[in-house]
Design a protein around this ligand. Structure first.
Ligand code: GDP
Length: 333
């Protein structure tokens, strides 16, 4: 990927897409193709096809998705499956028609079976039942993976898929109902501190475990994988093996924490001294979700941002931005 190559980052306003853009710019890539949803609705098949035919990007990061936390997924299941399926279908087909050199599709760790062995290896895909709270989203993401693999097989395209663990960081969605656990707790615990509230509610039992990766680490890993995965290394060997383009790659931090521990870390960052109250009437979701990222680590990449530092930085970002519109908006494509 040369710095002059035209690169389309689909979803550049989102948490991951915006971090990928920051990272690409930092590495000297100037020829970035970026469109907001108002400029190009990726659900519009003919407009997406026309956009690709006109601009013919060489590389595509497909980071556009309808995303949300456990509440949003169980309340809007049809939106989650429909929007994700149609965006993937439109972008993959248009990328094929326009002769895109390489495309990287962002999946999610929730594609894996609810009771997969931990840490979860890539070959756990499609070996068991999914977590019901986000099944429509996960099924759409699984369809996206198989879509990429099928185009590769039938048309010789180079469309790869990577599976991020739970991500967090600057630019996250802090909407109280629609967001994921970390931004939700940052906001709620901040507001409890402001209001001098004696306690703060945390959903579920506090015992589920999650792995969190800072979005800057994610962006770095994503660009790195676009550059090295399924390409020849210095000795001429294909990184990931001869069929690497069809092998999915996990992107995780390497260790997990309980929701109770996350809440304690957020309390420390915010400086809140009240109590945590666990509301067991709210769903826990999957009991544990830790990825085995050894495939990625073997390519020479490692995460840098420790969770405690990342939470402190994300809280600082929240303090600077929490007057803005996105705080109340629900997650969208
Ligand atoms: P998941 O990783 O797909 O299950 O998505 P979430 O990030 O939404 O939830 C992770 C875990 O955090 C679940 O066990 C939730 O019940 C728990 N949790 C605790 N408090 C909150 C909260 O305020 N918002 C969200 N979204 N999850 C919470």
């Amino acid at each position: 990927m040369k710095t002059s190559d035209c690169i389309f980052v689909a979803g550049h306003r989102g948490l991951v897409g915006s971090a990928i853009v920051r990272h690409l710019r930092g590495a000297g890539h100037e020829n970035l193709l970026l469109r907001s949803r108002d400029e190009l609705d990726l659900r519009d098949t003919s407009r997406v096809a026309a956009f690709f035919a006109e601009h013919r990007p060489a590389y595509v990061f497909l980071a556009a998705a309808r995303v949300g936390g456990i509440w949003a997924n169980s309340t809007y299941p049809a939106d989650f499956i429909r929007d994700n399926l149609i965006v993937q279908l439109n972008v993959v087909q248009a990328a094929h028609a326009a002769g895109v050199r390489k495309l990287l599709f962002l999946g999610s760790s929730c594609i894996y079976p609810k009771f997969a062995d931990q840490p979860i290896r890539e070959d756990a895909l499609l070996t068991g039942a999914l977590e019901p709270t986000n099944e429509p989203y996960a099924v759409a993401k699984i369809a996206g993976i198989v879509l990429c693999q099928s185009y590769n097989r039938q048309f010789g395209t180079r469309f790869m898929s990577i599976m991020p663990t739970n991500l967090y960081g600057p630019g996250d969605n802090f909407d109280p109902a629609g967001s994921h656990v970390l931004p939700a707790l940052i906001r709620r615990i901040h507001e409890a501190k402001e209001a001098d509230a004696p306690e703060v509610v945390v959903w579920g039992t506090g015992t589920p475990r999650r792995e969190f990766l800072h979005v800057d680490d994610m962006a770095e890993a994503t660009v790195h994988l676009m550059q090295v995965w399924a390409e020849a290394d210095a000795s001429g060997r294909i990184v990931g093996g001869p069929n690497a383009i069809n092998e999915i790659v996990n992107v995780g931090y390497g260790s997990d924490v309980s929701i109770r521990e996350v809440a304690e870390l957020v309390k420390d960052a915010v400086g809140y001294e009240g109590a945590l109250r666990f509301d067991a009437t709210k769903p826990d979701g999957t009991p544990r979700k830790l990825l085995d990222s050894s495939r990625l680590l073997a390519t020479g990449w490692a995460p840098r941002v420790a969770l405690r530092d990342g939470i402190a930085e994300t809280y600082a970002w929240f303090l600077e931005h929490h007057g803005e519109a996105r705080m109340g908006a629900s997650a969208a494509v």
